[in-house]
Design a binder for this molecule. Structure first.
Ligand SMILES: [Zn+2]
Length: 335
């Protein structure tokens, strides 16, 4: 969905109010850092703020219909500059000099404002950050710079101290779910799963919704877990081996098992009144909740958390997933 006004943007009320007020009352500062996780709408918020500073309407800004707003939305406004970089994972001192430090001295084409956006600004080298300092400390009065990052700690204290820092917050699952249903055409069940996995980010949830890999992983993992008691161990080993070949995919699979066990725990604790992530699997969750005691559920959840921790520190993850899956599949033998 095209987002052309603050009202169209879901969530992040504090930042929207702040930007809308600053633009409306001519109180915009010279430099901002917009931090928060990927997919939380930071770039859209920066673009909307830029659009409101450049908008020519006397009414609600950004209006979304004036010539300036149209140019911003199509990415063609000469006074809204997204700083590019030559190398894929680095923003160099040359990038900053060429596209910001020297450009900022050229007066705006239109309304008297010039807005610079630096996405992924944690990729700036220390030299690039130092080159930026003067432009954010004593810029021409018309210039506003917005730095976007998911990792504030990569920015030098000298850069941070010269900027107003705003941070996006994770949204409640219910808000993400509603958004997916209303704006992305998702069904209730898939919206619920994608929202749970998104960590409170609409962008991430939408990516899951449209990702075939995520659906495949989800489908395969749930099938395997549900049938694990009857599967021969070589099939379980084969699954674990394939999963271990891709670390991101493996973490996703572990999260799927984790959410399934959380559902089982919720079902058991709340006697079926829980709002489940995997609504489609209610039958399985119910029977599993009946058969499994709290200790066993707790043990599986703890094993997954430990395995995720080990995976992050690069240990041999394949062996870990083997053990976990066998553990889930083994009926508890009581002597
Ligand atoms: Zn406008």
């Amino acid at each position: 969905m095209e987002i052309n006004s603050f009202a169209d943007f879901v969530g992040q009320e504090r930042i929207k109010d702040y930007f809308a007020d600053a633009a409306k009352n001519g109180r915009a500062g010279h430099a901002y850092i917009l931090s928060g996780m990927k997919g939380s709408g930071r770039k859209t918020l920066a673009r909307l703020f830029g659009a409101s500073l450049l908008c020519t309407s006397k009414e609600e800004i950004p209006c979304g219909i004036c010539r300036s707003c149209k140019m911003v939305m199509s990415g063609n406004h000469p006074d809204l500059i997204t700083v590019p970089h030559e190398k894929p994972a680095t923003i160099s001192v040359e990038d900053i000099r060429d596209h910001l430090v020297s450009d900022i001295l050229i007066k705006p084409y239109y309304k008297g404002r010039k807005v610079y956006i630096i996405p992924d600004c944690e990729m700036m080298t220390p030299q690039a950050q130092n080159a930026l300092l003067k432009s954010i400390e004593e810029p021409p009065s018309y210039a506003v710079t917005i730095l976007i990052t998911d990792n504030l700690s990569f920015l030098l204290p000298t850069v941070r101290s010269r900027c107003t820092c705003l941070s996006t917050v994770p949204l409640p699952d219910g808000v993400v779910k509603d958004y997916l249903i209303k704006n992305e055409g998702a069904g209730e069940k898939e919206a619920s799963v994608c929202a749970a996995f998104s960590g409170g980010s609409i962008g991430t949830a939408a990516r899951f919704l449209h990702s075939d890999t995520f659906r495949e992983d989800l489908d395969k993992t749930l099938k395997l877990i549900k049938r694990s008691k009857e599967l021969p161990s070589n099939e379980i080993f084969a699954f674990a081996k394939e999963a271990a070949s891709d670390k991101t995919g493996l973490l996703q699979i572990l999260d799927i098992i984790l959410y399934l066990y959380r559902d089982i725990l919720m079902f058991k604790t709340q006697e079926g009144r829980a709002s489940l992530t995997f609504i489609d699997e209610t039958g399985y969750i119910e029977s599993k909740a009946r058969q499994t005691d709290y200790d066993e559920i707790g043990r599986v959840i703890k094993s997954i958390e430990e395995l995720k921790g080990r995976l992050r520190s690069n240990a041999n993850a394949e062996a870990g997933l083997d053990v976990l899956l066998l553990d889930i599949s083994e009926p508890v033998i009581k002597i």
